[in-house]
Write a protein that binds this ligand. Structure first.
Ligand SMILES: Nc1ncnc2c1ncn2[C@@H]1O[C@H](COP(=O)(O)OP(=O)(O)OP(=O)(O)O)[C@@H](O)[C@H]1O
Ligand SMILES: [Mg+2]
Length: 246
């Protein structure tokens, strides 16, 4: 469903952009529909940059991202609009992702209206369904983001991503900002949603243990390059040997 081919992203940094940062330096992998692909690596390895490229938020220096065989950076017009719906990204910090001046109901209605997926009185109904899908009751409709917990806000962020009927969610450390007990609940929810909607996940995390539990396929990024790639179990056991995990 998604193919990443020899992807590169170089940033100019330092005084007058004299230093070249090779954040992503020739990365290739593929994600099957409905599967979870884990991307791990130390801080600064380039994980988030890969996520942003896949979600179309950054343009690559070189290489391609193909979604259903179509190059996402060559798409325009209707096709680009369609691709923006099909690939959604969720970041670590739900508070920063939600407009504090808008009520949850308005936040969830907005993308439905922009993409003209539902009209008129059906909007409220659809928002109610989305809230229910992420385990929130109708009372959240009129709340503001700052009247909710971090876990509840992240559920709203997930509901908003789901509202557009995506096929792929890029999850960039989706639970790192949350309390440990809440992390497990959010992952449980993501698992349920994946089974129900046959979503593919690109799960970005530095938590090897977590990724090895939920991902089928895993890739390890180191200084912008993939140094390991394969089924989660074999990559994980190899890394345990290399880094001396138990
Ligand atoms: N807009 C930018 N301009 C310059 N350098 C950047 C930019 N974005 C990222 N970088 C650099 O690219 C490298 C990779 O960053 P990235 O955010 O992808 O790492 P990461 O693996 O997600 O790290 P973390 O685990 O800390 O989130 C880093 O050295 C970072 O400083
Ligand atoms: Mg990151």
């Amino acid at each position: 469903m998604l193919q990443v081919e020899n992807l590169r992203k170089y940033f100019r940094d330092g005084w007058w952009g004299r230093r070249l940062v090779k954040a992503v330096d020739g990365v290739s992998f593929a994600i099957e529909a409905g599967s979870t692909f884990g991307l791990v690596g130390e801080s600064g390895a380039g994980k988030s940059t890969v996520g942003r490229l896949v979600a179309g938020l950054l343009r690559p220096t070189d290489g391609r991202v193909l979604f259903e065989g179509r190059d996402i950076f060559k798409a325009n017009g209707r096709e680009a609009f369609y691709l923006r719906r099909k690939i959604q990204i969720i970041f670590q910090n739900p508070e920063g992702a939600l407009n504090p001046r808008m009520r949850i109901g308005e936040i969830l209605a907005e993308p439905l209206l922009v993409h003209r997926l539902v009209r008129g009185r059906h909007v409220r109904e659809r928002v109610g369904e989305l809230l229910a899908m992420v385990g929130l009751g109708p009372e959240f409709y009129s709340r503001y983001p700052w009247e909710m917990s971090g876990g509840q806000n992240q559920r709203v962020v997930i509901a908003r991503a789901l509202s557009l009927g995506p096929s792929l969610l890029v999850l960039d450390e989706p639970t790192s900002a949350l309390d440990v007990s809440v992390q497990a609940q959010v992952f449980q929810l993501l698992k349920q949603i994946q089974n129900k909607m046959r979503l593919a996940y690109l799960l970005i995390s530095h938590d090897l243990e977590l990724v090895s539990r939920v991902a089928g396929e895993v890739a390890v990024l180191h200084q912008g390059r993939l140094v390991e790639q394969g089924p989660a179990a074999s990559v994980f056991s190899h890394l345990c040997v290399v880094y001396g995990h138990k």
